[in-house]
Design a protein around this ligand. Sequence first.
Ligand code: SF4
Length: 314
Amino acid sequence: MTTDILKERQAWTLAQKVDHALATIDVFISRMGGIDKVYCSFSGGKDSTVLLHLCRVLYPDILAVFCSTGNEYPEIIQFVREQAKKGANIQVIRPEITPRQVWAKYGFPLVGKETAQKVHKVRFNPNTVTASIIMGTGFFCLAKKWRYLLTEPYETSSQCCDILKKRPFHKFEKITGRSPIIGVMADESDLRKGQYIKAGGCNVFGEKAASRPLSIWTEADVWQYIEEQRLDIAEIYHKGAARTGCMGCGFGAQFADDRRFSILLDNHPKAYDMVMNYTNNGVTFREALRKALAVNGRYLPDEEPKNLFTSPSC
Ligand code: SF4
């Protein structure tokens, strides 16, 4: 598998990609020994909604597993319930601790996963070779603008996803012996692209067996499929959310076009306040996020300075 082959496949028509995804799912289930040996990972987001639809074209009773982390938009929970009422076979699993407890114990998810990992490594093992690389100027260094996080009174953590999402799924897989069908796409990030190329395709067998039938799809394909198949999607997309994910995650919130906290404040002000008041080492998430946003000249949505157009005097 090479980047060129991936690009070639990403350029296929949607009809070709649908055929390919269905064949991928079918081969995976057959090789794993039937639908009792697999499950469809279902987050309630648009990608996994498409994935579940494709799985159910072949196997209407396939088990879908939804991990309720306590950090989902209410619209997502509602959507998952509706899908179950309409006949989808959905099992709900949960992490052992709440988002509030994870952030209090391990730190806030700020900036991005890789940045949070670097901050954590240097804070906890400052005298290692790894730390000196991170603090250097090379490709793997920590960007200068985020180095203030090294001396903040609160921790910055990348462990949240592991504890709230990965662990519950791993536990479920261990107990049931089922392997996942996952709705990720190589198009999402360099990390995913690398994973696809390394795996050599959508299906992986052996100890870490998993199927990723949407690997060669793009976001545009997902929207086209939703439109063509007239699929219902979670209401939060109709309220402006581009991604569902966790409603209060700080990863990526610093980008200029990110509106997640505005959408949360507008639609769920109580949940917004709740997340802003999560603490680590006595510091609130509001204080930590305010500082991270300020690095890129941004503000929390309820702290935006008034301008000529919002001032009551104009
Ligand atoms: S997406 Fe963010 S808030 Fe959600 S589990 Fe991962 S790090 Fe935590």
